[in-house]
Design a protein around this ligand. Sequence first.
Ligand code: S3P
Length: 176
Amino acid sequence: KCVFKNEPQLFLIGFMGVGKTSIAKQLEKIMPYEVLEMDQKIVDDSGMSIPDIFEKYGEDYFRNLETNLVKNIETEFNTGKKYVVSCGGGVVVRSENTKIMKRCGKVVLLTASPQTIFERVKDDKNRPILNGNMNIEYIEQLMQKRKALYEDVADIVITTDSKDIQTIAEEIIHNI
Ligand code: S3P
């Protein structure tokens, strides 16, 4: 496993379907880091699926769970253990979250074109934000709305269109 300068805690952010989960897993393979998958942690802790949480309690409730988790992650970092946090795509919509992320880790923004995203998520029933709006135009709109939020918190930006997971992971390691 390779080790690099200062070994910061890492947050992977970006729109649904940019590959945060698979890239986090790849980084875990090649660095002494452990993956912390935010959505999975929320599912494990609540005993509900993401679509069920949205349907039963609404988006605000989900965002509260997400914010509590970001706060817990900051505390967990104090153990000294190194994590690569695969964030939910909407983590940047709360400035409380991005403030914490900025102060306790390096933030890697992964991007892809709306076309690429659409191809990757179109058959996925696990993304309630896109329910009833599974089309390139809506994806483009929402991406545009979030663009500045993603870019403001990012330390580095990596495009993922037509690159394999290993190449992306290496790019992150070399740029962080
Ligand atoms: C969301 C993205 C999802 C999940 C939830 C909301 C969003 O995570 O947290 O459905 O608002 O963009 P992924 O980016 O892992 O799909």
